[in-house]
Write a protein that binds this ligand. Structure first.
Ligand code: ZN
Ligand code: ZN
Ligand code: ZN
Ligand code: ZN
Ligand code: ZN
Length: 358
């Protein structure tokens, strides 16, 4: 495993990269600048526990003998967290001796029908007005009442017997009623047969329905339930901040010889080999959280340096330990990037000028 690179190793690696093998020491004399940018990749997954009790109810005689029990206070009951802290799990428990099956309090499993207010029937509309006579004068003799109406004759149509009229179903007079409704004045309501009431569709006329809370058994089972849940909580720290250029992060992620340590308990010391610049951040990230019962912290670090050499001001050379010794990745320097940006801006101005002249 490659450890921190010495300054000689770094300079020699850069010298070899720019085609001057063996000239590391000469490079130093030209006045190189070496900036340390140690990288850290810390990922923590904590197993966080939550506990709670609540009163539970199930309809009828409910069998919960298969569930594990606890005694006394739930917080004192030991429950192993999952082996892998990244796993979620929930354990449902029953307070020992709390299970009871009692009468529901309803009427032997039934409750008054709320739809019809225990009447068994619902009021209903009578049928719509007769489309032929519109409910006006359905019978010239009884006017749909079955009895002679004492009123002034209504002109010629008030005649006793008119052609086209039929026998009235209410007063039984011939040729007095509207042929369509036959003296009724309305069409018959198909739901209630014009009685004004229909059977309640919820209780089917029984006035009561099955009580849902007890499934119609008249009994309920009660107990005190306790649940212990374990869920993962993840966090991460990446240094340095600001991060090195994307290409450097990609390359170091692929081929860097990262050193790695996994910690599995609170209070485990941070590894000695960790860069001193990272110790504080790592220790802070590893502090225990409330309700944390297990953890896994994967710590990885890599010694990265940025080298600037006066002979090549257009590049910054990133050097880090790889699997076969130091690796060098040249990236355009800020100076070079700014110069290119200036050139691009110049070209744009030129194009605009030309466009303006044309
Ligand atoms: Zn009539
Ligand atoms: Zn009619
Ligand atoms: Zn009706
Ligand atoms: Zn009903
Ligand atoms: Zn009930």
């Amino acid at each position: 495993m490659a450890d921190s690179l010495s300054e000689d190793d770094i300079l020699e690696a850069v010298a070899r990269h720019i085609g001057r093998p063996g000239q590391g020491p000469q490079l130093r004399r030209t006045g190189v600048d070496i900036t340390r940018l140690p990288m850290l990749d810390l990922r923590i997954v904590r197993c966080v526990e939550t506990r709670g009790t609540r009163q539970e109810t199930r309809p009828g005689k409910y069998d919960i003998s298969g569930r594990p029990t606890y005694e006394g206070e739930l917080r004192d009951h030991p429950v192993q967290p999952p082996k892998d802290p990244a796993e979620s799990r929930k354990v449902e428990l029953v307070l020992h001796g709390s299970v009871r099956t009692v009468a529901c309090g309803c009427d032997e499993g039934r409750q008054p029908c709320s739809r019809c207010r225990a009447k068994g029937k619902l009021p209903c509309e009578t049928g719509p007005l007769c489309p032929a006579c519109k409910g006006v004068e359905p019978c010239t003799w009884c006017d749909g009442t079955g009895e002679r109406q004492d009123r002034a004759p209504a002109g010629p149509s008030g005649e006793k017997n008119s052609p086209g009229r039929t026998t009235c179903l209410k007063c039984r007079r011939p040729r007095t009623a509207c042929p369509q409704c036959r003296g009724w004045g309305t069409e018959k309501c198909t739901r209630c047969d014009d009685t004004g009431f229909r059977v309640c569709p919820v209780c089917a006329g029984e006035r009561s329905t099955e009580h849902t809370s007890c499934d119609g058994t008249g009994l309920v089972t009660l107990w005190t339930g306790g649940s212990v849940a374990h869920a993962p909580e993840r966090s991460a720290v990446k240094l340095p901040d600001p991060a090195p250029p994307l290409r450097v992060r990609q390359r170091t992620g692929r081929t860097g010889a990262w050193e790695r340590v996994t910690l599995t308990s609170v209070g485990e010391p941070v590894p000695d080999a960790l860069d001193p610049a990272h110790v504080e951040a790592v220790e802070k990230a590893l502090l225990p959280r409330p309700d944390e019962v297990a953890r896994r912290a994967d710590i990885g670090w890599l010694h990265l340096v940025a080298v600037a050499i006066p002979d090549d001001p257009d590049h910054v050379f990133y050097v880090f330990p790889g699997s076969d010794g130091p690796e060098v990745l040249p990236i355009w320097s800020r100076r070079r990037s700014l110069r290119i940006a200036a050139v691009v801006a110049g070209v744009v101005v030129l194009v605009l000028l030309v466009a303006a002249l044309v």
